[in-house]
Design a protein around this ligand. Sequence first.
Ligand SMILES: [Zn+2]
Ligand SMILES: [Zn+2]
Ligand SMILES: [Zn+2]
Length: 142
Amino acid sequence: MSYYNYAERVLSQNGYKLTIPRMIVLGLLESSDVSQNAYDMARKITSSGKTVDTVSIYRTLALLKELGLIHEMSEGKFIACQKFDCKDSSHCHHQFVCKSCRKIEEIHVDDRFFVKKIAKIFPKLLIDSHSFKFEGFCEKCK
Ligand SMILES: [Zn+2]
Ligand SMILES: [Zn+2]
Ligand SMILES: [Zn+2]
């Protein structure tokens, strides 16, 4: 199943209609392997001759984030989840960013033992989430 079709299904399962702004934003997310913010998206939409107001883009991004369909990188920039069909919530999804071409690849590893280990080292803290950012060079750039 494609990302677009999967996202459409998740939206409808949660009672959200696939409106035109949502369709356009999902299309932009699906076709991009670099992170984008609402402003980047608005610019692309305008240059393709369509119009969607920036507020709708912001709202759509907030909704997709809430539904776990996108990951937030830095400065309000988002990337589509590449392992969107993974149903196992016991581990987290991490992102690898190429320092040369900015391409993002999802690091999909089972990290639940790592979190348990850290929790043991810091017993006074209740750690319930974590994030990693991996950087380096992608297959093409290395
Ligand atoms: Zn993901
Ligand atoms: Zn997974
Ligand atoms: Zn690269």
